[in-house]
Design a protein around this ligand. Structure first.
Ligand SMILES: [Zn+2]
Length: 127
């Protein structure tokens, strides 16, 4: 892991930060796909693991470290595409890597308040 580092975040506890500049469209992180789940397995996961399940391109993936530390932002600087996190704008060294979790759909049927601090904040997150 040379491109990103886990550090204390102002959004929530720990976050993932860029240790170099990324250009718009560049792959920031490739997902670890070693933990693909079936839908029926998700319900058996411990409660604290469930929030790390992502439904993406027809697969349920249990997100591994360090991707787990990516915080949500309503004004995210990455998007998920083909099991990678892609920069949607230029990201500067030292910036926190964020993703918009609401785009991954309504997996848990839960709504939690958002604290991302963006001026475009949607306030409620559907997970
Ligand atoms: Zn927000």
């Amino acid at each position: 892991m040379v491109d990103v580092v886990v550090k204390k975040s102002s959004i929530e506890n720990l976050g993932l930060f860029a240790v170099r500049d990324f250009k718009k469209g560049e792959v920031v992180l490739r997902w670890d796909l070693s933990h693909e789940l079936q839908k029926k397995d998700i319900i058996k996961l411990p409660e604290k693991e469930k929030k790390y399940v992502s439904f993406h391109e027809g697969k349920y993936i249990l997100i591994q470290e360090p991707s787990r530390y990516i915080n949500h932002s309503c004004d995210a600087n990455t998007k998920a595409e083909h099991f990678c996190d892609i920069a949607v704008r230029d990201i500067k060294k030292g910036e926190e890597i964020t993703a918009d979790y609401t785009e991954e759909g309504d997996l848990l049927g839960k709504t939690v308040p958002c604290h991302c601090g963006s001026k475009h904040c949607k306030k409620d997150l559907r997970l």
